[in-house]
Write a protein that binds this ligand. Structure first.
Ligand code: C2G
Length: 132
């Protein structure tokens, strides 16, 4: 069984997230998503609209996702890959090259981001719509 892992905040789930989750799953048999905790989001300087619990529940409802684990630190990836017996690490190509150190432990693939959508774009567009 080919196990795939990916990481992210996945706030205000949108088609860009769905595209990478679907493609990551299609590259293997089992997809683990490590979702950033609220505390780790502070370290990433990200403020999620949905709490960790809600973002986790939403991800678990997505057909491509087999397991959701917490992402609490930048340093946990090697341990995760070993502990969960992961064969393939997938991230959007805005992270291209940043996780190549994992190549010692598993395949590393960066997939093209979906153009025209992001959580921050959603927030900006909603702000504009509601503020004229
Ligand atoms: N993504 C995408 N296309 C978009 C938006 C996001 O392919 N239009 C991908 C990102 O490249 C990432 C995943 O969706 O692989 C999750 O995106 P975020 O929730 O923004 O994740 P990020 O804050 O980049 O966290 O340790 C890694 C970090 O936790 C990644």
């Amino acid at each position: 069984m080919k196990k795939v892992i990916t990481y992210g905040t996945f706030d205000l789930i949108h088609n860009g997230h769905i595209n990478i989750l679907r493609r990551a799953k299609e590259m293997g048999d089992y997809l683990i998503v490590a979702i950033s905790t609220d505390e780790f989001n502070k370290i990433k300087n990200k403020k999620a609209y949905h709490s960790y619990e809600n973002r986790k529940a939403i991800l678990e409802a997505i057909r491509y996702v087999d397991e959701v684990i917490p992402e609490e630190t930048w340093e946990q990836k090697v341990e995760d890959v070993i502990k969960h017996d992961v064969d393939l690490f997938v991230m959007g190509d805005d992270w291209k090259g940043k996780f190549d150190f994992l190549k010692e432990y598993c395949e590393v693939v960066y997939l093209p981001r979906t153009v025209g959508i992001s959580t921050s774009k959603i927030k900006e567009d909603l702000f504009r719509v509601n503020n004229g």
